[in-house]
Design a protein around this ligand. Sequence first.
Ligand code: ZN
Length: 370
Amino acid sequence: MKKTAFLNDEWCYWHSTGLYAGILPVGSWVQVPSGASHAESPETKRRLRNLLDVSGLLKQMESLSAEAATDEDLLRIHPQHYLDEFKKVSDAGGGAFGIEAPIGPGSYEIAKLSAGLACAAVEKVYTGEFQNAYSLSRPPGHHCLPDQAMGFCFLANIPVAIERAKAKFGLGKVVVIDWDVHHGNGTQHIYYDRDDVLSISLHQDKCFPPGYSGDTDRGEGKGEGYNINIPLYAGCGHEAYLYAFENIVIPAIDQFKPEMIIVACGYDANGLDPLARMLLHSDSFREMTRLTKQAAEKHCDGKLVIVHEGGYAESYVPFCGLAVVEELTGHKTSVEDPCKDLINEQEQAEAFQNFQKQRIDELTEYFGFK
Ligand code: ZN
């Protein structure tokens, strides 16, 4: 019996952002990027799946697709008028939709499928069919607000999945750890006044949404204290992230005692990403997964779901994702990360600097974990 489910579907690669590219304001001064050159292209995800395949790791998991999220699922988070508008633009062949959120033909249906994969992952783990799961969702979801697409996200995949499991099975307390390098603003917004979902975001300070740090945004009403933002300075690497994990993320989970842990797993904090300035490598993602899995074993019978978010270095995301899946399944492949030394050398030059450590120490104290 395989213990890890891998949710994926060919359609997810067909969501097109390239037709409405223009991520960089090149104007008329340099050649316009070729068709598929939007940062959020299918390549990072397809290549991850390909690496899982050729490394033999895919065989260690149950590879499955799922039904698209239903209107009932989506309406728990998104208002009808937003879904109607999304479908209208998608049916018309796509275009600019929301803030930095271009879509192509069929994106509405593909986004529903992407959310459906996350729903199935949560369901299969919560009901005990699988120990843990990886959902290769695309388009991603963590920036999406109930009525506003943004940052390449159109449906709030993880909240849609959580709310479905709550409605269907009575899922209780959930921790969402968002280690995408950009702030998990959608998840924060949706759960800001609730105490049943602890939202923790580690992100590059002031990166996206532009200028946002969020360390003093702790939730409101019943949700006060159930929202944790860990804005890290640009240039943080392996040691800084693990230090933040050990001092804030893990103690927060220990205090909250969840029934399930879900990771909004972006890979854009890696040292080769074009949309951020952090210095993680594959072993950093491996270690964060190991610590998260350990916490899940301690509190919730190992119930852990990883949902793919950002990550834009086409040739490097696959190695970071492979490390996550190796930890998830407990199977090590013979694949070696060809870029780790390169990133490590940069990081040694930077090291874990005092001002970075001081920032995390201040946050640890502010959150009351010291
Ligand atoms: Zn991101």
